[in-house]
Design a protein around this ligand. Structure first.
Ligand SMILES: [Zn+2]
Length: 221
């Protein structure tokens, strides 16, 4: 899943408006932020295998540290508790961020074929295989994304023009990238895949930028 993860990040703003959209993105996409780093370091393995599923030409051979249930429970607890302690926030922020980290596993299990590890050993793998159908994937993910953006747009208001334009630009960019991924040719190599996936870090920065130019609706100006 791709834009579906961002959908939950956007929507979570309503649960705790004090958390920046950038931090929410970092949580819902923590697995995909860590993954390319581990692939480039040779610790996790992905291969280009056209036809693997209809949606992705990738074979996720080994990625227990970024994508197993156990790892994401650990990453979620670390991020949630770490954030709450460092920013002196309550349990709500920890639960929202930890829950978002974990949501990545749930959404990926829905879309991936059975390649999502349960534990670090990686012997048990789950996946419902929504990616075997492009229309079914888009039918779930696009409305989910639209709903997430809608919730964020309602929960916040732009402080200035940048707060409006940057949000619209990010949504357009994500949708165009999504369609290009669905319909485009397979990437030339696994290293190119991992290198390209590092761009998710820029999307986190984009989230911080957007959020700094918007404010929660309920908060005083
Ligand atoms: Zn993922």
């Amino acid at each position: 899943m791709f834009i579906g993860h961002f959908a939950l990040g956007f929507a979570a703003k309503r649960l705790d408006p004090s958390i920046s959209l950038g931090t929410l993105f970092a949580a819902c996409q923590l697995a995909d932020l860590v993954w390319p780093v581990l692939v480039l370091a040779g610790i996790e393995v992905v291969e280009v295998a056209p036809g693997s599923t209809q949606v992705t030409p990738l074979d996720f051979v080994h990625y227990p540290y970024s994508h197993s249930l156990v790892a994401l429970l650990g990453w979620g607890a670390a991020l949630g508790v770490g954030y709450a302690l460092m920013r002196r926030r309550g349990a709500l922020a920890a639960v929202v961020l930890g829950g978002l980290v974990l949501s990545h596993w749930v959404l990926d299990v829905i879309t991936h074929r059975p390649d999502m590890p349960l534990t670090l050993a990686g012997s048990t793998k789950l996946g419902l295989g929504l990616w075997n159908s492009v229309p079914a994937t888009a039918a779930l993910e696009v409305p989910l994304f639209a709903a997430g953006v809608f919730v964020y747009a309602r929960a916040t208001t732009a402080r200035d023009r940048k707060g409006r334009v940057a949000l619209i630009a990010l949504c357009a960019f994500l949708l165009v990238t999504y369609v290009a991924n669905l319909l485009g040719p397979p990437p030339p190599s696994a290293r190119m895949v991992a290198g390209g996936a590092l761009a998710v870090w820029l999307l986190v920065a984009w989230g911080y930028y957007i959020d700094s130019h918007r404010r929660p609706v309920a908060a005083p100006a």
